[in-house]
Design a protein around this ligand. Structure first.
Ligand SMILES: *[C@@H]1O[C@H](CO)[C@@H](O)[C@H](O)[C@H]1NC(C)=O
Ligand SMILES: *[C@@H]1O[C@H](CO)[C@@H](O)[C@H](O)[C@H]1NC(C)=O
Ligand SMILES: *[C@@H]1O[C@H](CO)[C@@H](O)[C@H](O)[C@H]1NC(C)=O
Ligand SMILES: *[C@@H]1O[C@H](CO)[C@@H](O)[C@H](O)[C@H]1NC(C)=O
Ligand SMILES: *[C@@H]1O[C@H](CO)[C@@H](O)[C@H](O)[C@H]1NC(C)=O
Ligand SMILES: *[C@@H]1O[C@H](CO)[C@@H](O)[C@H](O)[C@H]1NC(C)=O
Ligand SMILES: *[C@@H]1O[C@H](CO)[C@@H](O)[C@H](O)[C@H]1NC(C)=O
Ligand SMILES: *[C@@H]1O[C@H](CO)[C@@H](O)[C@H](O)[C@H]1NC(C)=O
Length: 748
C-alpha cells in the first residue's frame, strides 16, 4: 500500500528511536514490529517494549494479574498473546487504550470470572480466545463492548448454564465456540442478539434435551455442532427451527430414537451427522428436501423389514448414507445402501412378514424405551421419573407432603397442583443436580428455613399461585445459583427484601398479581444481578428510588400509577423495556423518561388514559427507541416525534386525533415513515375514520403545507442520527427542502 513518504520515514525513525529499548529478555523484530518475550517468568508486562510494537507475544509467563491500563504505552498493538500466563484476574480496564487490537488470546489461564469492564476499549477486536480457563459463569452483557468480534472461543471451560442475553451486543459474531464445557441449561434468550452467527459449537457438553427455544434465536445459523452430548431422543416437539441450517452434527450422542419430523423446520439441511449413536433405525425424515449426506455409521442398525421405509426413502431421495447393519446376522456388516429391497425382511412368520410385503412396517422401537427406563429408575409412588429426560413429575396427585426418593440425577422436578401448605426444612434431599423446581398451585403459605437445602444447582424456582406473603433469606439458603424466581399470584405486599439480599445472582423476579401498593426499589439492595422485574397487576401507586441496578426490563403495567416514576428510573441506566400500560397516567410530564433515555428501546404506554403529552415528555429519547405503544388512549394530538428515527413499531390506534393544522407535523412525519401506525382522525367530521397519514384534505389549507404534498419528509434530526443508527432502507437519500430551511428536508 502506498503511503506518503514522509509519514513512512517518520514511522521508521520513531521505530528506530525506540528499538534500542528492546527489553533484555525479549526478542524484537524491528522490521515487522513484533516483540516476543516468551517463557521468561515475567510477573509484569515489561515497561520498555517499543511503543510502535504491533504484535506482542507474552506466552508462558507468570503475570497472574493484568492490572488496569497495563498496555496503555502500546497503542499500536494489533495482536496480543497472553496464553499460559497463570492469569487469575483481569482488572477493569486492563486493555484500555488498545483500540487497534484485533486478536487477543487469554487461553490456558486460570480465569474463573470475567467482568464486562475487563474488556473495555476493545472495540476493534475480531477474535478472542478464552479456551482452557475455569470460567463457570457468563454475566449477561459480559461481551457487549466487543462490537467487532467475529470469533469467540469459550471452549474447555466449566460453564454449566448460559443466562439470557449472555452474548448481547456481539453483532458481528460469526462463530461461537462453547465446546467442552458442562452446559446443562441454556436460557431461552441465551443466544439472542447474535444476528451474524453462522456457526455454533456446543459439542462435548451435558445437554440432555435439545434447548430448542434457545437454539431458534440465531436464525442465520448455517452450522451447528451438538455432538458428544447425552441426548437420548429427538422429536418434533423439541426439534430445531433453523431456516438457514445446512450442517448439523449430532454424532456421539446417546440417541435411541429420532422422530420423523425432528428436522422438518430445517428445510435447508444438507448434511446430518448421526454417527455413533444408539439408533436401531430411522424413519424417513420429513421436510428435508435438500439433504445430501446422512451419516449413520456406528449405529446398531437393524436391517429387517422395519428398515424398509428408510431404505426406500434413501433410494428415492439419493441421500448419501453410510450405515452398516448390525442385525440380522445374515446382513451384519453390510451397508444399508448396498442392499436390495427384498433383503429387508423379517424372519418370523405372520404379521411382520405381511407388513414387510406391504411395505408399511412400523418403525422399530428404540433399543431402550422410555417406559423401561422408568421402571428401572427409583421413583416415589404416584410419580413418574424418566431417566432419559431426567425429569420427575408428581403433578396434581393430591399430595400433602413432598415425597422423597427421586433419582439423584433429576434435573426438573414438577410438583405442581398439590397441597403442601408449608415447605419443610430439607424437603429435597439428594437432589444436588436439580435445575428447575415447579411448585405452582400448591397452597403454600410458608417456606421454612432450609427448605431448599442441598439444591446447589437450582436455577429456576416456580412458586407461582400460592399463598405466600413473605420469604426469608434462610428459606433460600442452599440454592445459591438461583436466577429465576417466580412469585407471581401470591399475597406479597412488598418486595421480599431479605430473601433478595441472599440471591446475588438473581436475574429475573416475577411478582405479578400480588398485593404490592408501594414498590420500594431500595428493597432490591443486594440483588445486583437483577435484570428483569415483573410487578404487573398489583396495586402499585408509588415507586420509590433505590440503589443503582442493572435492570433491563421493568414491567409495571396494570397498576395504579398516576405519574411516570421518573425519580426511581434514575438508578436504572440500563433499562431497555418499560411497561406502564393500564395505569391511570392521563398526562405525561416533561422529561418523564430522561434518566433512561439513552438505553430505552421499548416503551409501553397503551391504555393509560393519556389525554396529553407535554412537548418535552419524550426529552432525550431518540434513535434508540424501537417500539412505542400509545394505542387506546385519548390523545387528540402529539408532540413532535422527529427524533424517533429508529422506530420499528409505533401504535397510535384507538386515539381520537384532531386532524387540523396542529396535527400537520404528525401528518408529515407519518408520511415519511414506512410503518403501519393505525392513527385515525376523529375530528373534523369530514375526516372521521380516515388515516392521519392519508387525510391530506384536512391539512391542505394549513400554512406551511407548500409543495410537499405526497412527498416524504425527512427531518433534519433524522438525517444527523441516521448514520449512527445504521441505514434504514425505507428512507432514501435526503435533500434539503425549501419550506423550512434548516429544519426540514425533503426526501425524494
Ligand atoms: C522460570 O522459573 C523456573 C522455575 O522456577 C525455572 O526452572 C526456569 O529456569 C525459569 N526460567 C527463566 C527463563 O528464568
Ligand atoms: C461418516 O463418518 C465416518 C466416521 O467419521 C466417516 O469415515 C465417513 O466418511 C462419514 N460419511 C459421510 C457420508 O460423511
Ligand atoms: C446416585 O445414586 C446411585 C444409586 O442409585 C449411586 O450409585 C450414585 O453414586 C449416586 N450419585 C450421586 C452423585 O450421589
Ligand atoms: C389443602 O389442605 C387443606 C388442609 O390441610 C385443606 O383445608 C384445603 O382445602 C386443601 N386445599 C386444596 C386445594 O385441596
Ligand atoms: C393455578 O392457580 C391459578 C390461580 O389460582 C389459577 O388461575 C390456575 O388455573 C391454576 N392452574 C392450575 C393448572 O391449576
Ligand atoms: C389498592 O390501593 C388502594 C389505595 O391506594 C386501596 O384503596 C384499594 O383497596 C386497593 N385495592 C386492592 C384490590 O387491594
Ligand atoms: C399494551 O400493548 C401490548 C402490546 O400490544 C399488549 O400486549 C398489552 O396487552 C396492551 N395493554 C393494554 C392495557 O392494552
Ligand atoms: C395496535 O393496537 C391495536 C389495539 O390493541 C391492535 O389491534 C393492532 O394490531 C396494533 N397494531 C400494531 C401495528 O401493533
Amino acid at each position: 500500500m502506498w503511503r506518503p513518504l514522509s509519514f513512512s520515514i517518520l514511522l521508521a525513525l520513531a521505530w528506530r528511536g525506540f528499538a534500542g529499548r528492546c527489553p533484555r529478555i525479549c526478542v524484537c523484530d524491528n522490521i515487522r514490529r513484533h516483540v516476543s518475550c516468551r517463557r521468561q517468568n515475567l510477573t509484569e508486562v515489561p515497561v520498555t517494549i517499543p511503543q510502535m510494537t504491533q504484535r506482542l507475544d507474552l506466552q508462558g509467563n507468570a503475570l497472574k494479574v493484568i492490572p488496569p491500563e497495563a498496555f496503555l504505552q502500546l497503542p499500536y498493538l494489533t495482536h496480543l498473546d497472553l496464553r499460559h500466563c497463570q492469569l487469575e484476574q483481569v482488572a477493569e480496564g486492563a486493555f484500555r487504550g488498545l483500540g487497534r487490537l484485533v486478536y487477543l488470546s487469554l487461553a490456558s489461564n486460570r480465569l474463573s470470572v470475567l467482568y464486562q469492564e475487563a474488556l473495555d476499549g476493545l472495540g476493534a477486536l475480531r477474535q478472542l480466545d478464552l479456551e482452557h480457563n475455569h470460567l463457570e459463569e457468563i454475566r449477561p452483557g459480559a461481551f457487549s463492548q466487543l462490537g467487532s468480534l467475529g470469533r469467540l472461543s469459550l471452549a474447555h471451560n466449566s460453564l454449566v448454564y448460559l443466562p439470557d442475553m449472555a452474548f448481547q451486543g456481539l453483532l458481528q459474531m460469526r462463530w461461537l465456540r462453547l465446546s467442552h464445557n458442562a452446559l446443562h441449561v441454556l436460557a431461552p434468550e441465551a443466544l439472542a442478539g447474535l444476528p451474524g452467527l453462522r456457526r455454533l459449537s456446543l459439542d462435548h457438553n451435558e445437554l440432555q434435551a435439545l434447548p430448542g427455544e434457545a437454539l431458534s434465536r440465531p436464525d442465520g445459523l448455517v452450522q451447528l455442532e451438538l455432538g458428544h452430548n447425552p441426548l437420548t431422543y429427538l422429536g418434533e416437539e423439541d426439534g430445531l427451527a433453523l431456516s438457514a441450517l445446512r450442517d448439523l452434527a449430532l454424532d456421539h450422542a446417546a440417541l435411541q430414537d429420532v422422530g420423523a419430523g425432528a428436522f422438518a423446520r430445517c428445510p435447508h439441511l444438507r448434511s446430518l451427522d448421526l454417527q455413533s449413536n444408539q439408533l436401531g433405525g430411522l424413519p424417513p425424515l420429513e421436510g428435508v428436501g435438500q439433504l445430501r449426506k446422512l451419516n449413520l455409521s456406528g449405529n446398531p442398525l437393524s436391517c429387517d423389514c422395519a428398515a424398509r421405509p428408510l431404505w426406500e426413502w434413501v433410494a428415492k431421495t439419493r441421500v448419501q448414507t453410510d450405515g452398516l447393519c448390525s442385525e440380522p446376522r445374515r446382513l451384519k456388516g453390510e451397508a444399508l445402501e448396498s442392499l436390495r429391497a427384498k433383503d429387508l425382511y423379517c424372519r418370523r412368520q405372520g404379521d411382520k412378514e405381511k407388513e414387510a410385503e406391504e411395505g408399511a412396517p412400523r418403525p422399530r422401537a428404540p433399543t431402550r424405551a422410555p417406559e423401561e427406563a422408568t421402571a428401572a429408575t427409583p421413583c416415589p409412588a404416584a410419580c413418574v421419573c424418566s431417566a432419559a429426560s431426567q425429569h420427575s413429575s408428581c403433578e396434581n396427585k393430591g399430595l400433602r407432603r413432598i415425597p422423597s426418593g427421586f433419582p439423584n440425577h433429576t434435573q426438573l422436578l414438577d410438583l405442581r397442583r398439590n397441597n403442601f401448605s408449608s415447605i419443610l426444612r430439607g424437603s429435597f434431599p439428594g437432589l444436588a443436580q436439580l435445575v428447575s423446581l415447579h411448585l405452582q398451585n400448591c397452597s403454600i403459605t410458608h417456606l421454612e428455613a432450609g427448605a431448599l437445602h442441598g439444591l446447589g444447582q437450582l436455577v429456576y424456582l416456580y412458586l407461582s399461585d400460592n399463598q405466600l406473603s413473605g420469604l426469608s433469606a434462610a428459606a433460600l439458603q442452599g440454592a445459591p445459583q438461583l436466577r429465576y424466581l417466580h412469585l407471581d399470584g401470591n399475597h406479597f405486599t412488598r418486595l421480599p427484601r431479605a430473601a433478595l439480599k441472599a440471591l446475588p445472582r438473581l436475574f429475573s423476579l416475577h411478582l405479578e398479581r400480588n398485593a404490592l401498593q408501594h414498590l420500594a426499589m431500595e428493597d432490591l439492595t443486594g440483588a445486583k444481578g437483577l435484570h428483569c422485574l415483573y410487578v404487573s397487576s398489583n396495586n402499585i401507586s408509588r415507586v420509590s428510588p433505590g440503589p443503582a441496578l442493572e435492570l433491563e426490563r421493568l414491567h409495571l403495567d396494570r397498576n395504579q400509577l398516576q405519574t411516570v416514576p421518573t425519580a426511581a428510573l434514575e438508578a436504572l441506566p440500563a433499562l431497555r423495556e418499560l411497561h406502564l400500560s393500564s395505569n391511570p397516567l392521563r398526562l405525561l410530564q416533561d422529561k418523564a423518561f430522561l434518566p433512561v433515555a439513552s438505553s430505552l428501546q421499548h416503551l409501553y404506554l397503551n391504555g393509560t388514559g393519556l389525554q396529553q403529552i407535554s412537548p418535552g415528555a419524550f426529552a432525550g429519547l431518540g434513535p434508540g427507541l424501537r417500539s412505542l405503544y400509545l394505542e387506546k388512549n385519548r390523545l387528540q394530538t402529539l408532540p413532535a416525534m422527529d427524533s424517533f428515527t429508529g422506530l420499528e413499531l409505533i401504535n397510535l390506534s384507538g386515539n381520537p386525533f384532531h386532524c387540523d393544522c396542529h396535527l400537520l407535523p404528525l401528518h408529515r412525519w407519518l408520511a415519511g415513515l414506512n410503518l403501519r401506525v393505525g392513527a385515525t382522525c376523529e375530528f373534523p367530521a369530514t375526516a372521521r375514520g380516515q388515516k392521519v397519514k392519508a387525510a391530506t384534505a384536512a391539512f391542505e389549507a394549513c400554512p406551511g403545507w407548500g409543495t410537499k404534498k405526497g412527498k416524504r419528509i425527512l427531518p433534519s434530526a433524522q438525517r444527523k442520527t441516521r448514520k449512527a443508527q445504521g441505514k434504514r432502507k425505507q428512507l432514501g437519500p435526503a435533500k434539503v427542502g425549501k419550506a423550512r430551511p434548516g429544519k426540514r428536508s425533503r426526501h425524494v
